[in-house]
Design a protein around this ligand. Structure first.
Ligand code: URA
Length: 259
């Protein structure tokens, strides 16, 4: 290993390999957003129970107190948005849903993932990304050195489209104000849009995801990185490497805010 850059690049590659299911490879050393070991039994023991923020995000006490006050205010704001959504019947999607899937996560998350819309598992459980695609999203989040509870996850539409079809423009239009309010409430440091629907909706661009990724866009002053949807990755494993590149860009952006 010639220098720190080589080491960082090797660590980064190993964490990327986790997206392919690699387990039990970790490099001891200073924990950062890019290097924090995840997942294996050995590392879980070293990290202690899965509560509290990841080591990379532990803060001095006075910052933590301010953040807690902010969390309380933003949680209240999100609750108000959920109340305004109510028992929504603004578009025909309400007819086929079991329940509304509003979104979940830390109200002061530094990173927000935006997906397309609930699938069958999400519709049943009322939570975003809890099916197979959600399992992969969880792996992606962990590979980035985060815990799912530390990010915020939501969708463009809050009700399941029949047969998991793409949401129609008028459905997106009715639901979009609530997505905008959610993102404005959390105002993360970075937004990661998953797949064409979320990326095109937020960017107002009708271009394929392959053209929208690999760029830093800006949504209402917040940097946005578009990448492939986890459900697409389940069908096209070859795109996981590209996705990992996008997630590394997200991590670099987040790290740049710490500098
Ligand atoms: N796909 C999405 O876009 N969102 C979910 O919540 C689940 C699957």
């Amino acid at each position: 290993m010639k220098n720190a850059q080589d080491l960082q690049s090797l660590q980064s590659t190993l964490y990327g390999l986790r997206l392919w299911g690699l387990r039990d490879v970790w490099l001891p050393g200073k924990a950062t957003a890019q290097t924090r070991p995840t997942d294996s039994r050995e590392t879980r023991e070293l990290q202690g129970p899965e509560t509290g923020p990841s080591p990379a995000r532990q803060e001095p006490a006075q910052n933590a107190a301010a953040r807690e006050a902010q969390r309380e205010a933003k949680t209240k704001l999100l609750k108000e948005i959920r109340e305004d959504l109510g028992d929504c019947r603004r578009c025909p999607l309400h007819r086929g849903r079991t329940q509304i899937v509003f979104g979940e996560g830390d109200a002061v998350a530094r990173l927000v993932f935006v997906g397309e819309g609930p699938g069958a598992d999400e519709d049943r459980l009322g939570r975003p990304f809890v099916g197979q695609a959600g399992q992969l999203l969880n792996k992606m989040i962990r590979a980035m050195g985060w815990r799912r509870e530390e990010v915020y996850i939501c969708n463009v539409v809050k009700c399941r489209p029949p047969g998991n079809r793409m949401p129609l423009p008028e459905e997106i239009e009715r639901c979009a104000p609530f997505l905008v309010r959610q993102l404005e409430a959390v105002r993360p440091l970075v937004i990661c849009s998953l797949g064409a629907c979320a990326s095109q909706t937020l960017l107002g661009a009708n271009r394929p995801i392959s053209e929208l990724r690999q760029k830093i866009h800006v949504w209402r002053g917040i940097p946005l990185i578009a990448t492939y949807h986890p459900a697409y990755l389940l069908r096209n494993g070859a795109k996981k490497a590209d996705t990992w590149e996008d997630l590394q860009s997200v991590m670099e952006l987040l790290t740049s805010f710490d500098a």
